[in-house]
Ligand binder design. Sequence first.
Ligand SMILES: Cc1cc2nc3c(=O)[nH]c(=O)nc-3n(C[C@H](O)[C@H](O)[C@H](O)COP(=O)(O)O)c2cc1C
Length: 354
Amino acid sequence: MSSIYGRNIRLSLFGQSHSEAIGMTLDGIPSGIRVDRERLQHFLNRRAPGRNAWSTSRREEDIPEFLCGLKGDITCGAPLTAVIRNRNARSADYSEFIVKPRPGHADYTAELRYHGYQDPAGGGHFSGRLTAPICVAGGILLQELERNGIRVYARILRIGDISDDSPFLNPVPDQAFPVVDETAAMEMQKCVQAAKDRGDSVGGVVECVLEGMPGGLGDPIFDGVESRFAQILFAIPAVKGLEFGSGFSAAQMFGSAHNDPFCIRDDGRIGTVTNHAGGILGGITNGMPIIFRLAFKPTPSISVPQQTVNLQTMTEETLCVQGRHDPCIVPRAVPVVEAAAALAAYDLLLEVQR
Ligand SMILES: Cc1cc2nc3c(=O)[nH]c(=O)nc-3n(C[C@H](O)[C@H](O)[C@H](O)COP(=O)(O)O)c2cc1C
């Protein structure tokens, strides 16, 4: 099992949804980085469950305990380890999924891979809960990137068939449900509520921008910036698609429209007039904002009846998933996307700083 990411910083995630704790170790984090704990907690609260209508009712405080790697509030150069205790687990809700795997979840593939030894409770190591330690690591690096003039911010671009095509130039003030256009935000919330009322779930798209990334980071072929971002972004459970810049819409364009003309910017540096490349050419940053979009599937655990197979009796059966689940993963995933992007960006930056 590989739960380790990064080349210059090494993020290791551990724990299961219902184990004593979940956590992370960040190895290779330089000394002297200040952790603003209040800001970090505020960031973690954006992801934490049980706080609003579009989240699971499993409430967790999600307060990280730092075991090592900090002297006061400043990294000391040793590996940084933090744990988050799991306080509100109801494992009985999950016992049946070892025999009757949930359609859309990892119960069946976990059985194929771990032969009955897997921990099914709360989704085990596959759970969206493992994104809390990603947010601890990423939340710290977001603060450090900001000190270095790099801003990372994400928004909800779409939920179901409702999208918000407003320009996205700054972080959205409503961090709990970050949608630029307020009318679209209300429609999206109604869509999530309607799915929830039907015992169903709904998917969506998150868009993320990284401003201030210097040009010249990354490598061609296998270690391109897209590949390195993709590796951590696809580690977020429920992510099914990723596009940079114009992404899939590039397939419908002509070169004359898609190429980003070079220009001299107000500050005298070279930029591009448009940014269809999403800040990356040949796997290397070009100094323009990195822009990407992630498609999230609808939450697999739904109470609408679905067909599954009973692995003991080898008969087809109907399953209605009970328990506490997010009717839409997207709002809680927004800070996770920012954290994952910060980890990828910081890992790239360390390559040239060393
Ligand atoms: C923040 C977050 C919360 C999630 N909450 C749930 C949930 O409540 N119920 C559920 O079935 N899946 C939830 N998921 C998705 C599952 O973890 C994921 O679909 C499952 O592990 C299978 O992995 P895959 O979808 O990447 O193939 C959540 C994912 C994230 C990122």
